[in-house]
Design a protein around this ligand. Structure first.
Ligand code: SF4
Length: 153
């Protein structure tokens, strides 16, 4: 992981390194603080936000374009694409899958980068609950988008 990219974000690293001003050792990648504020549009076009949970389950989050995040975990058969630009703050995703999504101070959903994510069926339900189709679900093995089933944009 390119640590310099992480340090360029607005996220506050937590876990074993709570001080954003303290250099992060290369062998100790930062975990994104779920309570931190993600400022859409301030991150590099491709921004690797991946971290390793305390339990050792890798959560991989990458900003693939401004405000659009691709994310998965080792245990999940799904890959999420979440477009924060579309989020209207309805909060149903965070209510259904609170281990995967949380609402930030700006009432936008963010992906949790720590702990254990919800099970796949719960994450799919969260995506289906989003009134603006901000969350897409892909099968990692095939690349097939299973939700939304049709392009809705
Ligand atoms: S359900 Fe959709 S609109 Fe509502 S908070 Fe989640 S991503 Fe945003």
């Amino acid at each position: 992981m390119d640590i310099s990219q992480n340090q360029a974000t607005s996220f506050a690293p937590v876990s074993s390194n709570n001080n954003a001003a303290t250099p992060i050792p290369a062998n100790n990648p930062p975990i994104i603080n779920p309570s931190s504020t993600l400022s859409a549009g301030t991150n590099p076009i491709v921004n690797d936000l991946s971290g390793t949970t305390a339990a050792g389950t890798a959560i991989q989050i990458q900003e693939i374009s401004t405000g659009v995040f691709s994310a998965t975990t080792e245990k999940s058969k799904y890959r999420i694409e979440y477009d924060m630009n579309k989020c209207i703050g309805a909060a149903s995703c965070a209510a259904i899958a609170p281990l995967t999504f949380f609402m930030n101070e700006e009432n936008k959903a963010e992906l949790v980068n720590g702990g254990e994510w919800d099970e796949d069926d719960v994450i799919l339900s969260a995506a289906q609950s989003c009134p603006v189709f901000a969350i897409k679900i892909f099968v990692k093995a095939t690349g097939e988008m299973i939700f939304p089933t049709e392009e809705v944009y």
